[in-house]
Design a protein around this ligand. Structure first.
Ligand code: ATP
Length: 479
């Protein structure tokens, strides 16, 4: 097994390097279209060390860039009200929210017909009088951004030329994405202006900003509120903490957010949104949102119940490749994702498949975020049917319509043990929305066979052997 442990060491190094390089964002390309906000977009000035290292932010951005629709979620919403007598009810239409006409126009201009589940529950609460605090959790892509943007836009008074709503985002790029939603939704309010408090946006000392909404990263917002005094925090009516889970993964952001929150008036409405609710997020949420109402919408459970799982026994990488070629016709009936452990294997495999005349896409950690988004977008549109990628690179990215997953390498953790969570996450998405999923695992050594056995035991689900030289068997799995 000497070669195995050596390979694992190489893999580990590559995987670590991959996660580090995930945030090589091409900042100068994204230009905010803020009305009146001046933003200097110098990449070097913009990034902090923490942001470089943080790859959750890149995943979140990728998901935002590739997503054009709401994520379907049939799970129930859990609502915990602070005051049980407060009139909390769900709304089924945007009209029922009695939004200002300009906002209703903005919502419809964005193509939204009715509120999403989180919007339906959170909006009446956020718009209630007197104002209420809220902690809301719902998976990425379920409409949280639109929800708090509507809350900010409903409460802002455009005639007042000073900041009234403050929104914190974990990174520059995520701040720009949210800024775009504010601009789109608020476009029928011509007098409304938005400022980006991000590093690189240098204003003259002593200046007071007149934009009614400020969106930015915690460090710069803190400077603008305290040291530089561009913003009077006492005049803020609505304070939003977006992507709290991504936020606290970045060192320093948590403390800065708390320091900003302490400068705000007592009656300022505090809203906190997160895609997940680990303990750390929850603790942070309770520190920055006093007396909260809580809305939770669970992520749909991933399950292996509707998925046919197979393994193919091979002796080496070339045999795995041959087996994959034998399977190719069957797997490309649907869209397939092929996972490799390292970038090197992924690049090799994509090149070999292309040489065989197959059209495949490669998603790799060394690509810039926009390049990765473009690859996933093409795949999502069905322009390529097969996407070759690594686990690190594809972690946390939702590609909903995949119904075939090939583990060219089985998922292992950094100690070389089976990574059951990743296995479930990769495969457990394939059979969603009633579609049947298919998973094929390539095994090429005693070591990988033992990993497969441990995965079987863990999930208590049998993984059948598949002979890829047997055409009848291949036909069977395709149907
Ligand atoms: N009511 C709606 N009707 C139709 N589309 C919507 C609605 N609300 C949001 N969307 C769209 O759904 C997608 C996801 O929404 P949004 O970005 O608000 O989700 P999110 O929960 O904030 O995601 P994240 O956790 O990644 O920030 C966006 O493309 C958005 O334009």
């Amino acid at each position: 097994m000497a070669t195995d442990s050596w390979a694992l060491a190489v893999d580990e190094q590559e995987a670590a390097a991959e996660s580090l390089s995930n945030l090589h964002l091409k900042e100068e390309k994204i230009k905010p279209e803020a009305n009146g906000a001046i933003v200097k977009t110098n990449a070097n000035e913009e990034k902090t060390d923490e942001e470089e290292k943080e790859d959750r932010a890149a995943q979140s951005l990728l998901n935002k860039l590739i997503r054009s629709n709401l994520v379907d979620n049939t799970n129930q919403v859990e609502v915990l009200q602070r005051d049980p007598s407060s009139p909390l009810y769900s709304v089924k239409s945007f009209e029922e929210l009695r939004l200002k006409p300009q906002l209703l126009q903005g919502v419809y201009a964005m193509g939204f017909n009715r509120p999403s589940k989180i919007q339906e529950n959170a909006l009446p609460l956020m718009l209630a009088e007197p104002s209420q605090n809220l902690i809301a959790q719902s998976q990425s892509g379920t409409g949280k951004t639109a929800a708090f943007v509507l809350a900010m836009l409903s409460q802002v008074e455009p005639a007042n030329r000073f900041p009234q709503c403050l929104c914190l985002s974990p990174t520059y790029e995520l701040a720009l994405q949210t800024g775009k939603v504010i601009e789109q939704m608020g476009k029928f309010y011509p007098e409304l202006k938005l400022a980006y408090a991000v590093r690189g946006n240098k204003l003259e000392r002593g200046q007071k900003i007149s934009e009614q909404i400020v969106i930015g990263t915690p460090g710069t917002v803190l400077d603008w509120c305290s040291k530089l005094k561009f913003i009077d925090p006492k005049k803020i009516k609505v304070f939003v903490l977006d992507e709290a889970d991504v936020m606290i993964a970045t060192q320093g952001h948590q403390d800065q957010s708390i320091r900003i929150q302490r400068m705000l008036p007592r009656n300022c409405q505090m809203l906190l949104f997160s895609a997940t609710f680990e303990d750390s997020v929850w603790k942070f949420a309770q520190k920055v949102v006093p007396d909260p109402n809580i809305i939770k919408l669970k992520r749909e459970e991933e399950t292996l119940d509707t998925i046919k799982q197979y393994y193919v026994l091979c002796n080496n990488r070339d045999e795995k490749f041959q087996a994959l070629c034998n399977l190719y016709g069957a797997i490309t009936i649907a869209q397939a994702m092929i996972f490799c452990h390292t970038r090197k294997t992924a690049s090799w495999l994509a090149a070999e498949l292309s040489k065989e005349g197959h059209q495949v896409a490669l998603l790799s950690g060394e690509m810039m975020v926009e390049q990765r988004a473009a690859v996933i977008e093409r795949f999502r549109e069905g322009k390529e049917k097969v996407l070759v990628t690594t686990n690190v690179c594809a972690r946390g990215i939702d590609v909903e319509q995949v119904s075939v997953v090939i583990n060219f390498d089985l998922p292992v953790d950094k100690d070389g043990n089976p990574d059951n969570e990743t296995y479930l996450h990769r495969i457990g998405r394939t059979g969603r929305f009633g579609k049947r999923g298919l998973a094929v695992n390539m095994v090429d050594s005693k070591h990988s066979m033992s990993i497969l056995n441990r995965i079987q035991e863990h999930f208590n689900k049998k993984i059948e052997r598949l002979d890829t030289d047997d055409l009848d068997e291949i036909e069977k799995i395709a149907n």
